[in-house]
Design a protein around this ligand. Structure first.
Ligand code: FMN
Ligand code: SF4
Length: 487
């Protein structure tokens, strides 16, 4: 990375200034100088494709909750978050948050679980969102609400925040070491995979019975669905060939269709990835994290532990297999695709570009705008090849004040069909609704990528935007976060 300091976007005062900044970084990101408001806004255009009707182009990405009850039910904090999702004006709610298909599949002990005893709670989340959405937009026409179904696999922590209970598909040269897994640590058996598939089907049926429009069979961020795709070294039915590595999805999809025929199926995919990163030890001192550098991988070439990764240079992405995967989605009749990148655990700069790292991350190894451009470019290239799929784009929150200008241009120019918001929804749920409705933008609510919403849960605290959501201002959790960050 160049030694030039990263320019804080909050200091750029105009769209022209932002454009000049992009030019100085040699980045191509679509950018509209004027925002169109009202029904003509590209962000407010309905999307109709076959039997899918979505009322506008604004999406709420799933964001894992760390504030459910120990039995997997929503808490008042969870309900409040879903209320805010409803206020976003988004007509596509991509799952709200990852919901574990079983207790052992949870990424944290307070993650929601799809189970008989949580049905009423999950139903309440949907109803709350629906009500707030109607109040904000005037109608629930064209509103699609999904549940993101997950098994956390390698990143399962169902019983205690500090106690990983990984369930892995194969041994990984770098990620095993991070979890302290010995060489003989057991991998999931094919029989255990069958049980997991049954759990996905049961959870999907529940979602259908509760009135959700779709389920996302999650294939991103290093969790189990994503790990299947990189199981090159796993022997047997679920590893090795592309066919075997996609068998999990190819078994889940017809299974869901047979029991919940009207339920739509979607997939969130980490389409690009890299070898894991860690803070540069030579530049880390006194608890201060250095910039991220890739793990030394010279002895691991060709690299056989990634998906969407160039096997000869795993610091670079490779879209060959993701293209095959999207062809498979088409064959399976899956139309809704949400493109994301990497993993929050091993290359967060790729996955959620940020100026300030989370406590277990590293300083940005590149200008975060480069990371944004990379995700946008991969999505654009995939969209160009799969015109019939509906693409949701990711990684926009870092764009801050210029997010609406980029989102509008990206849709107008066909880089993507819909723009999803992650962190920005925690700080300012209505940003795109305000921007496309001609309402004043509330700059004080714009996410500045402080990463507290990632750091806090890592410390076992509830989810949320601590710096900008006044709800947390004087809360006990805020005090705990401050102490945790100092220690
Ligand atoms: C606190 C937090 C929790 C997240 N949980 C999930 C999740 O459950 N499922 C998922 O697919 N992505 C999850 N993500 C990733 C976001 O959906 C999104 O991809 C990422 O934040 C980048 O988008 P952004 O730039 O708009 O924030 C999470 C992100 C954050 C900040
Ligand atoms: S804590 Fe708030 S400001 Fe910081 S990254 Fe998360 S949403 Fe953005």
């Amino acid at each position: 990375m160049s030694s030039k300091p990263i320019l804080r976007l909050g200091t750029i005062k105009s769209v022209h200034g932002f454009q000049a900044h992009l030019r100085s970084l040699h980045l191509t990101i679509p950018l509209d100088h004027e925002l169109v408001t009202g029904p003509e806004s590209p962000l407010r255009q309905p999307l109709v494709s076959g039997d899918i009707k979505i009322g506008n182009r604004i999406v709420v990405h799933p964001m894992e909750g760390w504030d459910g009850s120990p039995d997997g039910n929503p808490s008042p904090n969870t309900i409040r978050r879903w209320q805010r999702f409803g206020r976003s004006g988004a007509k596509l709610i991509w799952g709200g948050e990852a919901v574990a298909v079983s207790h052992e599949a949870r990424a944290n002990p307070n993650q929601l679980v799809a189970a008989a005893h949580t049905q009423a709670g999950l139903s309440q989340l949907r109803a709350t969102l629906l009500e707030e959405h109607r109040l904000t937009t005037g109608s629930d026409d064209g509103l699609l609400i999904g549940l993101q179904l997950t098994d956390s696999g390698r990143y399962s922590r169902p019983n205690a925040h500090g106690r990983p209970e990984p369930r892995i598909l194969y041994h990984h040269p770098f990620l095993d070491r991070r979890l302290g897994l010995p060489a003989d640590f057991p991998v999931l058996t094919d029989a255990e995979i069958q049980v997991i598939i049954e759990n996905f089907l049961r959870a999907a049926l529940m979602a259908w019975n509760l009135g959700f429009d779709f389920v996302d069979v999650k294939h991103c961020h290093g969790y189990l669905g994503h790990e299947f795709l990189s199981a090159h070294t796993r022997p047997g039915r679920y590893g090795g060939s592309f066919e075997n590595r996609t068998r999990f999805l190819r078994e889940v999809v017809p299974g869901i269709r047979s029991i919940a025929p009207g339920l739509k199926i979607a997939v969130r995919l980490s389409a690009i990835d890299s070898v894991p990163f860690h803070p540069d030890p030579a530049q880390s001192s006194n608890g201060n994290l250095g910039p991220g550098i890739p793990e030394s991988h010279e002895s691991n070439i060709p690299y056989r532990w990634g998906f969407g990764v160039n096997p000869l240079d795993p610091t670079q992405s490779d879209l060959n297999e993701p293209v095959r995967f999207l062809s498979l989605l088409e064959e399976l009749g899956i139309r809704l695709v949400n493109i994301t990148a990497g993993s929050p655990y091993y290359n967060p700069h790729l996955q959620r570009p940020a100026l300030y790292p989370p406590s277990d991350g590293y300083l940005p190894p590149e200008d975060p705008l480069v990371s944004v451009a990379r995700q946008m470019d991969a999505t654009k290239r995939l969209k160009q090849q799969f015109q019939d799929l509906i693409f949701v784009g990711t990684g926009y929150s870092y764009l801050q004040d210029f997010l609406p200008h980029v989102a509008q241009a990206a849709i107008r120019e066909g880089w993507v069909d819909m723009v999803g918001l992650g962190r920005m929804v925690l700080s300012y749920p209505g940003l795109l609704w305000d921007a496309s409705g001609g309402h004043a933008i509330q700059r004080k609510l714009i996410c500045r990528t402080f990463s507290d919403c990632t750091t806090a849960p890592r410390k076992g605290l509830p989810s949320g935007c601590y710096p900008l959501d006044s709800f947390y201002k004087d809360s006990e959790s805020m005090t705990q976060l401050t102490i945790a960050k100092k220690s």
